[in-house]
Design a protein around this ligand. Structure first.
Ligand SMILES: Nc1ncnc2c1ncn2[C@@H]1O[C@H](COP(=O)(O)OP(=O)(O)O)[C@@H](O)[C@H]1O
Ligand SMILES: [Mg+2]
Length: 244
């Protein structure tokens, strides 16, 4: 996907969470990883790209199409994408099946039977068929995140936005979910994710953007950012997080 971001700014109170970001990526990048310290602006940038909220100024274009600046257009933009957040993704009172079917019917206007078939198909692909009729509390954290991922991509999103999809999981469950995301990447799904899993970003992302203080500190191929970072901030961060 090509991404053109110009002067993008978003304030919360008097603090800019995203502070005048300019970014240009050509369409050789299918998977983009946002990395960097907590509070750096990763989640805010993801929300702006996904149209969950409008920016205070600036613009985002994906594949030449501008993310609409107003709520009316944003609703349609959101529908075209898929989202997965760190945790609390599923409706606790609904089965895995209903968690996937409901948005297909209510948000995307699918017919119920068709939505049910699609839910079974993605759940099977994600190795979760035996758990179709369980509620979230009956599933492990990793299984819940796999169902949430199945739901995020069931409608065939143009762009899948993942905000620290594994940070609430135990190491073993992390691996389960990362393997699934990797499979989606290999299948050509276009993904923008924020993550603290540097090994995963290094091996699966085509492009990496390092955010700090709401600004792009460094961006480039995964290899360039991880192996030859130019900025002292990035070097220090990587030195710390890759120490063990
Ligand atoms: N809804 C919000 N209300 C107030 N401040 C926020 C909100 N979301 C984010 N922030 C602030 O914006 C900055 C960037 O946060 P965030 O985008 O969540 O960074 P990251 O995802 O990299 O940890 C932080 O200083 C954070 O405290
Ligand atoms: Mg965040």
């Amino acid at each position: 996907m090509s991404i053109e971001i110009r002067g993008l700014t978003k304030f919360y109170g008097t603090t800019p969470a995203v502070d005048g970001i300019d970014l240009s990526l050509d369409d050789t990048a299918k998977v983009l990883a946002l990395v960097g310290p907590s509070g750096g602006g990763k989640s805010t940038l993801l929300r702006l790209i996904g149209g969950l909220e409008p920016p205070d100024s600036g613009s985002v274009c994906i594949d030449g199409k501008p993310v609409p600046p107003h709520e009316k257009g944003l609703r349609e933009w959101r529908r075209r994408n898929g989202f997965l957040f760190q945790s609390f993704n599923l409706f606790p009172h609904l089965t895995a099946m209903e968690n996937i079917v409901l948005p297909l019917v209510e948000v995307h206007g699918w017919d119920r039977t068709e939505a049910g078939e699609r839910a079974r198909e993605v759940v099977e692909r994600f190795g979760m068929s035996p758990h179709l009729w369980k509620k979230p509390a009956e599933l492990s954290g990793g299984q819940q995140q796999r169902i949430a991922l199945a739901r995020a991509m069931a409608h065939g999103p143009g762009l899948l936005l993942l905000d620290e999809p594994t940070s609430a999981l135990d190491p073993e469950m992390k691996t389960e979910v990362l393997e699934l995301i990797e499979e989606l990447c290999r299948g050509g799904q276009r993904i923008i994710l924020s993550t603290h899993e540097m090994g995963f970003a290094r091996s699966s992302a085509d492009a990496v953007v390092f955010l700090g203080g709401g600004k792009v500190i460094e961006s480039g191929t995964a290899e360039a950012v991880f192996e030859r970072p130019a900025s002292e901030v990035v070097k220090a961060f990587l030195g710390k997080v890759m120490k063990w």
